[in-house]
Design a protein around this ligand. Structure first.
Ligand code: FE
Ligand code: FE
Ligand code: ZN
Length: 283
């Protein structure tokens, strides 16, 4: 394998976009994730175009793969409250417009929580929200994240994600981001049967839809529906799971984002670990 993994971690935009890119380079990352705005609020700073242009230069100079931006947690396209739904749609549209300054990257979205309205109603609202917001020709692909199934989260099964993709007019603008902690917590045995899980994904969604990975170990056993991330190798998935992922011909080319409980030194160590598991020289 001559290509390097596109691996990185979630980073803060608080020091600016160029600074975020330089931090990623220091960690030997080749992708990164960031919140497009305050993850627990709504506000977003106006983008500084020059700062974003300098980030693009940093990424190009260091051979980065696609970035995987993350939508704020407060966005719920299938809330029971119409104002919350309207806010989520406005925020999604605004974020996608801002992402035009970083064309060709991904925007990761939690499909939503149906808050007692039922999965069918939830999926219907998510599809309506996506149809109302996505624009043909936009420079960003929106990725639906596989969810752990905590509370009333929609997207905890491949069937639910497939129903969302089938129910929108803009499915060419949509893909899936597989979170290893979430799928395990949702009951898919990625650690014990990676090929079986991918086969199921392919049958229901299609592997060509799989565009990015969140690499997290899990504090909880398979099927727990808890969504508590752990450092790689310290949880129920174990290091063998991640070794199999970075060695997998279909997965090793996808952007891989760490969302493990770590400081920057911890992320640098996990990035180095993944590179060494992939057999990269100098890793
Ligand atoms: Fe997420
Ligand atoms: Fe995730
Ligand atoms: Zn999570």
């Amino acid at each position: 394998m001559s290509e390097r993994l596109a691996v990185g971690c979630h980073l803060s935009t608080s020091g600016g976009y160029e600074r975020m890119g330089r931090t990623a380079v220091d960690l030997d990352a080749t992708t990164l994730a960031f919140f497009t705005r305050n993850p627990r609020g709504g506000g977003a700073k106006v983008l500084d175009g020059q700062d974003v242009a300098r980030l693009r230069d940093v990424l190009a100079a260091h051979g980065f793969g696609r970035l995987v931006a993350h939508a704020p947690y407060t966005m719920n396209l299938c809330s029971g409250n119409p104002e919350t739904v309207a806010f989520a749609r406005r925020t999604l549209a605004d974020d996608l417009e801002r992402m035009e300054a970083l064309p060709g990257n991904y925007y990761n979205l939690h499909p939503g929580s149906h808050v007692g309205q039922g999965v069918d109603r939830g999926i219907g609202l998510i599809c309506e929200g996506l149809d109302a917001t996505l624009e043909p020709g936009q420079a960003t692909m929106v990725l639906l994240e596989t969810m752990a199934g905590k509370g009333s989260e929609v997207g905890r099964s491949f069937e639910e994600l497939a129903r969302i993709l089938d129910g929108t007019r803009h499915d060419e603008l949509l893909g899936v981001c597989l979170d290893t902690c979430h799928v395990s917590d949702a009951g898919y045995d990625v650690a014990g049967d990676l090929e079986g899980v991918l086969g199921e994904f392919d049958r229901l969604i299609g592997l060509e839809r799989l565009r990015a990975l969140h690499l997290n170990d899990s504090k909880s056993p398979c099927g727990s529906r808890r969504d508590r991330h752990e450092r790689l190798g310290a949880g129920h998935l174990g290091i063998g799971c991640f070794a199999a992922i970075v060695a997998h011909p279909l997965l090793s080319t996808l952007p891989m984002v760490l969302e493990t409980p770590n400081d920057l030194a911890g992320y640098a160590a996990e990035i180095a670990l993944l590179r060494s598991l992939a057999g990269e020289r100098g890793a």
